[in-house]
Design a protein around this ligand. Structure first.
Ligand SMILES: *Cc1c(COP(=O)(O)O)cnc(C)c1O
Length: 501
């Protein structure tokens, strides 16, 4: 392919993306294919002779599109958002165009230097303590990782190295292996699965501690667990606190956990993967009170801040702990710029690095702080609208509502909620997933897509209400105005059908 053909192919692809996003709302939000569907549509061997790009692009429509679940659809309300925006898509494209591997400063200075500045912009946007920023006097700094999972694991490895060194200072008679065999980590039982996985990968038992009735991990639960472990001769090493849990978007009590970690010399990592974006709005910053106790802090701009996957922002209070855990020197990595710019390869697992800072720069400049705040506030207001609609219907109850996430159920037996969810999932008009609240089965409704508007929230509610009508019958009165209208009309219709039978 020459550059002329690239111009044509690239422009056609951009048109394809724009058409797709303009019409995504009309597609069934969940792919309707069965496992193994794709193998049947594709030859078993790669083509001997190269093919035309036009044919390839046509096959995207024919083979790939049916197997896409439309995360950008305004009817997608499952999991958490994964961000997508035009400035970010273009940022991805340009970074592919440069085609560098940022394995050191000199391997592409702009890669490192833009990342340094972007992590400062982002830290200021969230109102993080100054000492986490690259521009502070101290050893703190920010880096872009691929995912929150990676970040939790990287922080665990740094905590492990630090603890081994700290303990060896006090007990020179203990070997590294002896110390490592005694280390323990803690998080709440509401943590993302990736937290448990980081313990597995890092060979450190991860205690998943009970939470209070609001889903928050409290200081006393941590204190108690640490006390028990110390009695057994174990060494507390690492705590992962959640700001915005995956099940209900609950916020652990940092103000209580922080002092315990400080007293016990335990590394405190904060997983704010989803909800961290909300701290761009000052009115939500009270939820991160106690952040100053953290050793590391992470959130995903690729979730709620309009930057396409992958882009996970991590800050550390003292970057030397990362570098000491990850630094291996080789002759081909020697360069003369030591100390002037961070060598980010020592802050992460892989050697090579993508130019993720570029798409972040595009989003921050083209949306501006105002645009990002508006996006977050709008999505939270949509979730609040949904919550009101649920509360307006006596058959339902809201179990939790936080940020852009509402967990709710039908009153009465859990089986009813399970049935409702199954029906809604089968119909594929909207996409939601199951959750748990305490012992109850709930439906998790998240406002995910940048394209979601009030009418999509009403559409989703109508889907739940109408399916509930079918499961329960339609005799219950509704409080909320729109549901009364819709439901009266529907009940009338059902009654007419009943009568005519
Ligand atoms: C989504 C999420 C994760 C996982 O994020 P990845 O970037 O996909 O690894 C971890 N923790 C929380 C709280 C999350 O919401």
């Amino acid at each position: 392919m020459d550059s002329q053909q690239f111009r044509e192919f690239g422009k056609a692809a951009v048109d394809y993306i724009a058409d797709y996003l303009e019409t995504v709302e009309e597609r069934p939000v969940v792919a309707g294919v069965a496992p193994g569907y794709l193998e049947k549509l594709i030859p078993e061997e790669p083509p001997q002779a190269g093919e035309k790009w036009q044919e390839v692009l046509q096959d995207v429509d024919r083979i790939i599109m049916p197997g896409i679940t439309h995360w950008t659809s305004p009817h997608f309300h499952a999991f958490f958002p994964t961000a997508s925006s035009f400035p970010s898509i273009v940022g991805e494209m340009l970074s592919a165009g440069f085609g560098c591997v940022g394995l050191s400063w000199v391997a592409s200075p702009a890669y490192t230097e833009l990342e340094v500045v972007m992590m400062n912009w982002l830290g200021k946007l969230l109102g993080l303590p100054e000492e986490f920023l690259n521009c502070s006097e101290g050893p703190g700094g920010g880096v872009i990782q691929g995912s929150a999972s990676e970040t939790t694991f990287v922080a665990l490895l740094a905590a492990k190295e630090k603890t081994v060194r700290d303990i060896q200072k006090l007990h020179p008679e203990l070997s590294e292996a002896e110390i490592k065999g005694k280390l323990v980590a803690y998080s709440s039982n509401q943590s993302n699965s990736s937290v448990e996985k980081s313990g597995l990968l890092g060979s450190m038992p991860m205690r998943l501690l009970p939470v209070d009735e609001k889903g928050q991990l409290r200081g006393d639960a941590l204190e108690e667990a640490i006390r028990k472990d110390k009695e057994q001769g174990l060494i507390p090493c690492y705590v992962v606190a959640n700001l915005g849990t995956t099940p209900t978007c609950a916020f652990d009590k940092l103000e209580e956990l922080g002092p315990v970690c400080q007293r016990e010399n335990v590394w405190l990592h904060i997983d704010a993967a989803y909800a961290g974006s909300a701290f761009a709005c000052p009115e939500y910053r009270y939820l991160m009170k106690g952040v100053e106790y953290a050793d590391s802090f992470n959130f995903n701009p690729h979730k709620w801040m309009l930057v396409n996957f992958d882009c996970s922002a991590m800050w550390v209070r003292d970057a030397r702990h990362l570098v000491e855990a990850f630094n291996v020197e080789r002759i081909y990595l020697k360069d003369q710029h030591k100390g002037l710019a961070p060598e980010y390869r020592h802050w992460q697992i892989s050697l090579g690095r993508r130019f993720r800072a570029l798409k972040l720069w595009f989003v921050l400049r083209i949306y501006g702080v105002d645009g990002i705040q508006k996006h977050i506030r709008h999505q939270i207001s949509l979730a609040q609208r949904f919550e009101e609609l649920v509360r307006g219907d006596q058959r339902f109850e809201v179990c939790s509502s936080s940020m852009g996430l509402v967990c709710f159920k039908l009153k009465g037996d859990d089986a009813l909620t399970v049935k409702l969810l199954e029906r809604v999932q089968q119909r594929k008009k909207i996409y939601v997933i199951a959750g748990h609240f305490g012992e109850s089965h709930v439906i998790r409704f998240a406002v995910c897509s940048r394209l979601t508007e009030k009418r999509h929230v009403d559409y989703a509610w109508n889907e739940f209400a109408s399916q509930a009508d079918e499961i329960l019958g339609c005799k219950v009165e509704r409080k909320s105005d729109i549901s009364i209208e819709i439901s009266n009309a529907r009940c009338q219709k059902i009654n007419d059908i009943e009568k005519s039978k």
